[in-house]
Design a protein around this ligand. Structure first.
Ligand code: G3I
Length: 410
């Protein structure tokens, strides 16, 4: 592992490894667990339950703990999905763009004219209109990145052994980050800077730290991680910069995560929060595993964000612990499990009990989609709202967990 010494962030972030030294007051308060969103909606139409004493929305139930976010799609941030918009505005404090800020969406072609900000602008405008904490997802990822990024002008694949190729790819990464983060400076408060760069292998004896099949890793090694964080920090010094990955509950990947982040911290690279995607199934991760994982990750001294929470209830999904989109078909077969609604309620309740136990360090919990119909794994009916937008048993279980947590101040 070769991580080079960097000076650019030392003064600002090195002295503040929690990344909480941001100046944006609204973000600071939200990440401290205090909702500053005016006029919290106490009536949710899809739920048809009038608020009396206890909170009936997610954001109210967890107001003293952490903000609650949700990934939204184009039909939602452009207002076409009116039912979805009503749920988002009533229930959530924060939004993530499910696809709108990925490289292939925002920067489909090479060159300064190759950007297309129509969707991303609409996404950010939606968040601002509704006074939400706005997340950017994601800057450097091996998926949903156009092929041209990793080729020269003639279509020849860039090579690690060729210094000019490496310089070209770094230049592209630099321009992409400066342009995209710079455009939304002060408006997007949190960025997933590097996504899923860790080796996904399930064995402790597999010593590769990084995902060898990623073209970023293949061509640039770990340099792209260092540079991506440095350039994102330059482009918006107030943004909270995350490293985001899935299945970090599992020990081999968690150890790699901790090793990577410690190396970045030793070099004063401005990584400010850990994103744990938490694409779960009905039994994995168990409460014990989730607790052990969060406890282990806390040694990094960084805020933890649960970034893509869902619980796959499909039969075949019970054997899968991968959130790689290539695993989606195998994770989808067999229809939903028996007693899926009850089991979803049990698993969501169990996960939120653990999140609440760690609420000192968990600064955001985001669901990956609004309703089961919107989800990337809709076959597994993984979310709190059914395809019509009605709250499921697991929605009530999550609210109950918030209200019954020991030591609650609500
Ligand atoms: O944009 C094209 C559209 O032009 C085309 O007509 C259509 C035809 O199928 O496909 C559209 O692209 C799809 C895209 O979502 C936008 O809808 C892709 O095929 C599809 O693969 C893509 O899936 C997304 C997936 O990431 C890609 O890797 C999912 O919606 C999104 O939920 C999922 O999210 C990822 C996170 O970003 C990172 N962590 C894992 C998570 C789940 O895989």
């Amino acid at each position: 592992m070769i991580l080079r010494k960097t000076v650019v962030t030392e003064a600002k972030v090195g002295s503040d490894p929690t990344g909480r030294g941001v100046r944006n007051r609204e973000v600071r308060l939200l990440l401290a667990g205090c909702s500053v969103l005016a006029g919290a909606t106490l009536f949710f139409s899809g739920c048809a339950t009038r608020e009396t004493a206890a909170p009936t929305t997610l954001k109210d139930a967890f107001r003293k703990d952490f903000p609650i976010g949700v990934a939204i799609n184009q039909r939602q941030f452009t207002g076409q999905d009116t039912n979805g918009v009503a749920i988002i505005v009533a229930q959530f404090d924060s939004i993530s763009p499910e696809n709108a800020l990925k490289w292939d969406s925002v920067h489909p072609r090479p060159g300064t004219n190759g950007y297309n900000f129509a969707a991303a602008d609409a996404y950010v405008a939606f968040g601002e209109k509704h006074h939400m904490l706005i997340v950017g997802h994601t800057l450097a990822w091996h998926n949903q990145t156009p092929r041209w990024v990793f080729q020269d002008a003639n279509g020849r694949p860039l090579q690690r052994t060729n210094a000019a190729d490496r310089a070209l790819l770094l230049q592209r990464l630099h321009d992409h980050i400066q342009t995209v983060v710079g455009r939304y400076r002060g408006r997007i408060q949190i960025w997933d800077v590097v996504n899923e760069a860790l080796n996904d292998g399930g064995s402790l004896s597999d010593t590769n730290l990084l995902r060898q099949r990623s073209p970023w890793v293949r061509i640039l090694g770990d340099e792209f991680i260092v540079k991506a964080f440095e350039w994102a920090h330059e482009a918006d010094p107030d943004a909270i910069l995350r490293y985001n990955d899935y299945s970090i509950e599992n020990e081999p990947k968690r150890k790699r995560l901790i090793a990577l982040i410690k190396m970045l911290q030793a070099e004063h690279v401005p990584v400010m929060a850990i994103g744990s995607q938490t694409h779960a199934n009905l039994t994995w991760p168990s409460a014990e595993l989730e607790d052990a994982a969060l406890t282990d990750i806390e040694q990094l001294g960084l805020p933890i964000h649960i970034t893509e929470l869902d619980v796959n209830a499909s039969q075949a999904g019970q054997r899968s612990q991968s959130a790689d989109v290539s695993q989606n078909v195998p994770a989808g077969g067999g229809g939903v499990a028996d007693l899926a609604n009850q089991k979803l309620a049990g698993q969501y309740g169990s996960l939120f009990r653990v999140f609440l136990k760690h609420r000192k360090n968990i600064k955001l919990v985001t669901f990956w989609g609004v309703t089961d119909r919107d989800s990337w794994r809709s076959f597994g009916k993984p979310l709190l709202f059914d395809g019509e937008g009605k709250p499921k048993e697991c929605f009530q279980a999550v609210i109950r967990t918030a209200l019954n947590a020991p030591g609650k101040l609500n």
